[in-house]
Ligand binder design. Structure first.
Ligand code: FE2
Length: 373
């Protein structure tokens, strides 16, 4: 049983159930009408502009039943019905945005306790419900593993085909990560790398990365991942000023490692959305260049914050490690989860192939699978 109250000369309507009241504005409701003159019945796209809605808009009548609110707008004298579930799903009448650095709904920060979501390659390829479950975990945690895949050149493209499209770059559609470790070159090719996000010298950065193992006979060389959102929240909880300087001032990143390529971009190491939610992490010591957007008076604080963030990235209690076998791969949300390779302790070979892809395609596939479930 719902009731409604119009107020402020028909500018607001409050819709109440037994346990809650939610307010809506006339302009918001009219702009979001779903009648056939406002939205295409074929593709759902809006057919009118704001200029087609009278500026002196008001609501003159509201009737509410169990299914919908029927609202009459003036001066159009047009009545539009809004399903109650739609109104509740899109309610915006809530307290002002909370703490900066919080995560969006459905995003779960993690530390070393995470058991990285794993699935069987052929199961997710053949079973939409298994794919839906795995993609949902990738969206929630920013990381996922697949096992028992084919051990063949470019098998990683079959992983991308599960949800979207490759992002081609100057490194190609995919790139090779071959390591041969022996006593004479151990120091050069078997070194561990600090956890990082890839390619912060691009704008936009690749939002997903896949690394697929084709050969593994070297001891050590595990891959590890760290949740950058957890790192950012830890930093915020330790020192708000440090969080603020890393989210307010952009860092510069650059790559000129091959002829004909001069990539350069600026991103704050902790990127916030306009509503204060964590949007992305950009952390890559190797490609960071001189920081020129930090005010003189803030540079000392900035470097203290950067140092502490780097320590948190290296904190073993926040990392999750795994050793990929041939036919296994992992995917990371490159705007959130940092990845690294640990040092080798013996001799042998490792051969991985990597590629980039985009998260919007993954989220789109997941949303469609959810809608069909
Ligand atoms: Fe990398």
């Amino acid at each position: 049983m719902y009731t409604s109250v119009l107020s402020d000369d028909g500018q607001h309507v409050a819709i109440s159930s037994a346990d809650s009241t939610t307010r809506y504005h006339a302009i918001w409701l009219r702009d979001n009408a779903h009648d056939a003159e406002t939205r295409s019945t074929h593709n759902g796209q809006r057919l009118i502009g704001l200029g087609d809605i009278p500026e002196q808009l008001s609501m003159s009548a509201v009737q509410v039943d169990d299914q919908a609110a029927h609202i009459t707008f003036q001066p159009e004298d047009k009545t539009i019905s809004y399903p109650i579930p739609w109104l509740l799903l899109h309610a915006y009448d809530q307290p002002a945005a909370g703490l900066h650095g919080r995560t969006a709904n459905g995003i779960e920060p993690w530390g070393g306790e995470l058991s990285a979501p794993r699935a069987d390659f052929f199961d997710v390829q053949q079973n939409p419900e298994s794919l839906r479950h795995w993609l949902a975990n990738v969206a929630r945690y920013g990381v996922g593993l697949l096992r028992n895949g084919p051990v063949e050149d470019q098998a990683l493209m079959q992983v991308v085909d599960l949800f979207g499209y490759v992002r081609e770059t100057n490194y190609g559609r995919h790139f090779e990560v071959r390591t041969e470790v022996n006593a004479s070159n151990l120091a050069y090719t078997g070194l561990g790398l600090q956890a990082h996000t890839d390619n912060p010298y691009r704008d936009p950065v690749p939002t997903l990365q896949i690394l697929y193992c084709l050969e593994s006979s070297a001891a050590g060389g595990e891959n590890m991942v760290v949740d950058g959102f957890r790192v950012a929240q830890r930093l915020r909880d330790e020192n708000q000023e440090w969080f603020d300087v890393l989210s307010r001032y952009p860092a510069q990143f650059e790559y000129r490692g091959e002829s004909g390529v001069c990539l350069r971009a600026s991103h704050p190491m902790i990127e916030l959305a306009a509503n204060g939610e964590l949007r992305a992490i950009h952390f890559n010591n190797r490609s960071a260049t001189a920081f020129t957007d930090v005010p003189f008076d803030k540079m000392t604080t900035y470097y203290a914050a950067y140092r502490r963030m780097s320590e948190l990235v290296d904190d073993a209690s926040l990392e999750v490690s795994f050793l990929l076998q041939p036919g296994e791969c992992f995917i990371v949300d490159n705007t959130r989860v940092l990845h690294a390779r640990k040092a080798y302790s013996g001799t042998g070979k490792r051969w991985l192939q990597g590629c980039y892809a985009d998260k919007d395609g993954l989220l789109s596939t997941l949303a469609c699978l959810n809608a069909a479930a």
